[in-house]
Design a protein around this ligand. Structure first.
Ligand code: ATP
Length: 233
């Protein structure tokens, strides 16, 4: 039985803008485990990003409880959440979010610079992470000298350099061609097989074959959880 990394209990998220109230997430219970690659799918505006933001300790729910490993996130202060995000969660985004003036190695070193790790250690760990994604020979390249797929692999190296138990990805393949997307998914799948919880928000139906589990969000409700069903392969 794999260890649960994140659990949500009775989570609601309500946004208020002027007179309008939107229930973006409604009575959500969810457990995410190490060693699983989970896809979060659903129509536009259904609440996927909101769910990912709560799982990623980026926003607090309006009601309900969130646990990260044994810590009750909903009781933590903003600076404690920031420390969890920096050290325990790797983030990968559609647009890569690399710092353009920095080369690949410096980009991957960034989380450890923020953690104030000694530079030599940060550099060595960043090199190891780049080697893992097959980009050691590109470590001195600026992002503009890399292809989309290579940029995303640098972003994955940056996400895993702190060895977080959980990696969250928001549309990681949406800006990539089919071949690069498959390479990225193989890498994310390998991270799950190593024991990380990998959670991916996507509209891309081709990614279903990589999933251990698919969570379907519709109108703020996590309405269907599908595990490894052949019809989705
Ligand atoms: N900061 C916010 N303030 C007000 N309303 C918001 C905010 N963020 C999201 N919403 C609303 O909450 C609902 C869910 O949004 P969310 O971004 O989670 O959906 P989504 O499934 O990720 O959509 P998409 O696939 O288009 O990215 C939508 O109706 C959206 O307009």
């Amino acid at each position: 039985m794999q260890e649960t990394v994140i659990s949500l209990k009775g989570v609601n998220k309500i946004y208020k803008t002027g007179d309008t109230t939107i229930t973006a997430l409604d009575s959500t219970d969810l457990e995410l485990k190490k060693g699983e690659l989970t896809l979060i799918m659903g129509p536009s505006g259904s609440g996927k990003t909101t769910l990912l933001s709560i799982i990623g300790c980026v926003i607090y729910p309006t009601a309900g409880e969130v646990f990260f490993l044994d810590r009750k996130v909903t009781d933590l202060k903003e600076n404690e959440l920031a420390a969890i995000r920096l050290g325990q969660i790797g983030f990968v985004f559609q647009q890569f979010n690399l710092l353009e003036p920095l080369n690949a190695l410096e980009n991957v070193m960034q989380p450890m610079v923020l953690q104030q790790l000694p530079k030599a250690e940060a550099r060595q760990r960043a090199k190891d992470a780049l080697e893992k994604v097959g980009l050691l020979d590109r470590m001195y390249n600026l992002p503009k000298k890399l292809s989309g797929g290579q940029k995303q692999r640098v972003a994955i190296a940056r996400a895993l350099v702190t060895n977080p138990p959980i990696v969250l990805c928001d549309e990681p393949t949406a800006s990539l061609d089919a071949r690069s997307a498959a390479v990225i998914m193989e890498e994310l799948k390998a991270l799950a097989e190593e024991g990380k919880a990998v959670i991916i928000v996507t509209h891309d139906l081709r990614l279903r074959k990589f999933a251990d589990r698919i969570i379907y969000v519709e109108e703020g409700k996590v309405s269907n959880t599908i595990s490894n069903e052949e019809e989705y392969k």
